[in-house]
Ligand binder design. Structure first.
Ligand code: ZN
Length: 283
């Protein structure tokens, strides 16, 4: 099953068609894409009985499939290749956890305001919580995931690192710094959810390419790690980390400018296209 957020309304996707959930369910389910995760089991049961209806749609109208997550977890240094390129030594410790503040979430084709500074790309698999998880064992981790989608953990490196006083969460939370989409794909649609090829291209040039099989802590491992401390709630999201190839680690470093286009792909999950644009005022 694939679901999406089309013009702010929850839709069920079938091929190139989108079925409006609120109308098709005669009001049983709300039009708000965020609300569906609270009733995930009930919704998936209903959705399984819907036969490939719907209308053609313009992908440019898609918003984030999880538009207002209560909690956004993000994981640093979760691919060995990326830890190595930025000379990060794990020393036996688990990858660091930070947040992207939820107001940075935006759609899969949204323009992203460039705030100045050293803006960088990070393609990531995003896992979305469908069943609350607290003190869950890794072996049961996937059972708490509604589905997965593509994310960009856009980062402004000057603020993120600010000398030797890191501000990870702020540097990764400028408005629009969390594109997600283009839709949510459930795990049963994937041959192997633990081995998804992911890539990022800037202006047509591939800059990142790896597979989620290279994650140090995989999705079930992350759910165990996070839920050992804090309850994970329906509709929360986890940005699982980025592989090698970020601009910061290049020689010389390379950062994004207004006009640059970032294309993020994960095999089986689709593609996002986000263009950096000149920042507007404080609107
Ligand atoms: Zn990241």
């Amino acid at each position: 099953m694939r679901i999406a957020n089309l013009d702010g309304r929850l839709v069920l996707l079938s091929g190139e068609r989108a079925l409006d959930v609120e109308r098709a369910s005669t009001g049983r389910f709300a039009p708000d894409a965020q609300a569906v995760y609270e009733r995930w089991d009930e919704f998936t049961e209903w959705a399984a009985g819907q036969a490939g209806d719907g209308d053609p749609f313009d992908p440019a109208r898609l918003g984030a499939p999880v538009p207002r997550p209560g909690q956004v977890f993000a994981i640093g240094m979760n691919y060995r290749s990326h830890a190595d390129e930025v000379s990060y030594e794990h020393d036996g410790f688990a990858p660091p956890v930070f947040t992207k503040f939820p107001s940075c979430i935006t759609g899969p084709y949204a323009d992203v305001e460039h705030p100045g500074g050293s803006v960088d790309w990070e393609v990531e698999l995003v896992a979305v919580i469908g069943r609350p998880a607290y003190r869950v064992a890794a072996a049961n981790g996937w059972a708490h995931v509604a589905g997965v989608t593509i994310g960009q953990d856009i980062s402004e490196r000057d603020l993120q690192h600010e000398g030797d006083r890191p501000q990870f969460s702020l540097g990764k939370s400028y408005r629009g710094f969390g594109p997600m989409g283009p839709w949510l794909t459930t795990i049963d649609e994937l041959d192997n959810p633990d081995d998804l090829e992911l890539a990022c291209a800037v202006n047509g040039e591939e800059v990142q390419h790896s597979t989620t099989a290279n994650l140090i802590l995989d999705v079930p491992g992350l759910i165990a790690r996070l839920s050992a401390v804090t309850p994970l709630l329906a509709g929360d999201v986890i940005f699982t980390g980025t592989p090698a190839g970020v601009g910061l680690a290049r020689t010389p470093p390379r950062f994004l400018s207004p006009g640059d286009e970032v294309v993020s792909t994960i095999a089986g999950l689709g593609e996002m296209r986000n263009r950096l644009v000149n920042g507007t005022s404080d609107s």
